[in-house]
Design a protein around this ligand. Structure first.
Ligand code: ZN
Ligand code: ZN
Ligand code: ZN
Length: 129
């Protein structure tokens, strides 16, 4: 397979093809082949915001949708400091008033897993600008 073909397969998988198969199975690979392929790719940015995070998900898992780490939306808060809240497992952007706002780049993921409510928060309204 060429890289483009692999990308297409990964997109199909993200759109629900394979009915719960693991990605490497869907690609027809063994786990070892999949690991080898990952190693051969350009090293993904796992911590663009220097948050000292470990265990950031594999970029293949968010391929094709917005992601705070790998594919941030160009929202109005993108230049604000970002913090990781382990308590509810999400990112917040801090406005000039020190108020935390849920980072919109993670909403698509929450929607995907049926947890849109996680994007709701009470705040001073800066994120609506
Ligand atoms: Zn990601
Ligand atoms: Zn504010
Ligand atoms: Zn807000």
């Amino acid at each position: 397979m060429t890289d483009d073909e692999i990308d297409d397969r990964v997109d199909e998988w993200h759109n629900g093809a394979g009915l719960g198969m693991d990605l490497h199975e869907y690609l027809g690979w063994t786990w070892e082949q999949y690991q080898e392929w990952l190693e051969g790719r350009p090293k993904p940015i796992t911590d663009p915001n220097d948050l000292g995070l470990t265990d950031v998900h594999d970029p293949m898992l968010c391929h094709g949708r917005a992601c705070v780490m790998h594919n941030p939306l160009s929202h109005s808060m993108r230049d604000w400091p970002v913090v990781w809240r382990g308590r509810y497992e999400g990112f917040e952007r801090i406005c000039e008033h020190g108020v935390g706002h849920k980072d919109p780049s993670q909403f698509a993921y929450w929607q995907e897993i049926g947890e849109e409510w996680r994007g709701m928060h009470s705040c001073d309204g800066c994120c609506a600008e």
